[in-house]
Design a protein around this ligand. Structure first.
Ligand code: GLU
Length: 293
């Protein structure tokens, strides 16, 4: 029954929350509460060069102002390197991860030599140059570590609780993706899979811009023998020109001088009824009842 629900909101502290991140936070909180479950906050601060000092504290205060408080102590990914290393070691031992010597230039050159024409803005599908069966590092120094996608079992199908049936062939659409970066930092895909499992997350509710990562995460869960949570990807807040709001394109930090109004705007994006002005507590209670669990 419902008591087994564990959800989370996992912001990257690259800046304060913006209107889009509040939608994801609110949706994950409401989904947890509507299921009588537990809601956690996890700071995804693995990409240290992009993290802004103090942004984690700002985000937690912003959430609290909106009545969204983690039910358990907040987890910081920057402190979990040993766990990510263990997972990588297990994948290497199982033949599912390998070191890669390729620079971005090498990858482009290999793709060109194969006659692959890449659409603009599409990231390169790794051509497999350093795969062990193709000779591995060939004496070059390792830069990154990659997941060995098994082409014959790379088509992932799942049902998103918001978007419906989804499918992605990770071998042809993504290729062997990075687990540990050339700069020594852990990749989001590995960290998120290890931590969702470590925290017993049963339901992932997050913004639609992340939906495309789900197939990779499911393949990693399978390779590590970890359970796959339920996924629900919530609508994005678009800017005035239809662009996705993000800290990278300078989205405004959330104005929390008036938390009920900020929450009502987020609720509207989620298609929730917007009752008249009320306190944060009453609004959250009304939306929890209205949430389609
Ligand atoms: N840290 C990611 C972000 O802020 C979210 C990861 C997730 O929810 O899986 O975009």
């Amino acid at each position: 029954m419902a008591a087994m629900y564990r959800g989370r909101f996992a912001p990257s502290p690259t800046g304060p929350l913006h209107a889009g991140s509040l939608v994801a936070a609110l949706a994950s909180w409401l989904d947890a509460r509507a299921h009588g479950g537990v809601w956690l906050v996890r700071m995804e601060d693995v990409d240290t060069p992009r993290c802004v000092p103090g942004a984690d504290g700002t985000i937690l205060r912003q959430l609290e102002t909106c009545g969204l408080v983690s039910d358990e102590p907040v987890l910081w990914q920057s402190q979990r390197g040993a766990h990510y290393q263990q997972a990588l070691d297990r994948l290497v031992a199982a033949g599912r991860a390998y070191p890669c010597a390729c620079s971005r230039k090498d990858i482009e050159a290999a793709l060109q030599a194969q006659g692959v024409v890449r659409e603009r803005h599409h990231s390169a599908v790794y051509p497999g140059t350093c795969r062990p069966e193709r000779g591995g590092l060939r004496g070059k120094p390792a830069r990154a570590w990659r997941f060995a996608v098994q082409p014959l079992r790379s088509e992932v199908r799942w049902t998103d609780h918001q978007l419906g049936p989804q499918a992605q062939d990770v071998a042809t659409e993504v290729g062997d993706f990075v687990l540990k970066r050339a700069d020594g930092l852990w990749a989001y895909q590995l960290a998120v899979v290890v931590d969702d499992a470590a925290q017993g997350i049963t339901h992932v509710v997050r913004g639609e811009d992340l939906a495309d990562n789900t197939a990779r995460q499911i393949l990693l869960q399978q390779a590590l023998g970890l359970p796959t949570p339920a996924y629900r990807h919530t609508p994005l807040v678009l800017g005035d020109h239809g662009e996705k709001l993000s800290k990278q394109n300078g989205a405004q930090a959330l104005d929390l001088s008036d938390p009920p109004t900020a929450l009502m705007q987020a609720a509207q994006v989620l298609g929730l009824p917007t009752p008249g002005r009320d306190t944060v507590t009453n609004l959250l209670a009304a939306w929890t009842k209205a949430w389609p669990a």
